[in-house]
Design a protein around this ligand. Structure first.
Ligand code: ZN
Length: 152
């Protein structure tokens, strides 16, 4: 997915915060939510949520691989249609909790929600340039290193 600059019409790679041609701010953070590992083996890691569907688990074949032994090999699925982020437990051994509650059906994830899989705690970060104070912080970081971090 690419982002069109509204100033110079240059097509920018997803994950870039500023247009690589004219330097204009891009509305990228709004459609690039991510998960931050708050606690667990992968603590501090940032996981970019990409459309449309990603599986999460301990097995290397998952889109999101967590090293936590309490995470099932195929634990949960996260879907993102560009607006809504949804999570579904894939009959994992220890279940998936959203804000402390074990989910039984497909659940929607919103900014600041906490997701627990095994012993790993993830925070949903859905930055909104208009409402999130975090965006100020993010926009002070040069675009390139950050986009590399998000793509990791
Ligand atoms: Zn531009």
């Amino acid at each position: 997915m690419e982002i069109l600059c509204s100033v110079c019409a240059h097509t920018n790679r997803r994950g870039v915060l500023f247009c690589t041609t004219c330097g204009a701010e891009l509305p990228v953070m709004k459609d690039a939510p991510h998960l931050l590992v708050l606690y667990g083996f992968d603590r501090g890691r940032t996981i970019l949520i990409r459309a449309p569907s990603m599986t999460l688990g301990r097995d290397e074949r998952n889109d999101i691989v967590l090293r936590d032994p309490a995470v099932s090999s195929r634990h949960a699925r996260i879907c993102f249609d560009g607006r809504k982020i949804l999570i579904e437990d894939l009959q994992s051994r220890n279940g998936t909790r959203v804000n402390g509650e074990k989910i039984q059906t497909v659940s929607e994830l919103k900014d600041e929600y906490l997701v627990k899989v095994g012993n790993t705690l993830l925070r949903v970060i859905e930055p909104d340039p208009e409402h999130s104070p975090r965006y100020e912080l993010i926009s002070n970081i040069p675009a390139e290193p950050l986009s590399r971090m998000l793509d990791r």
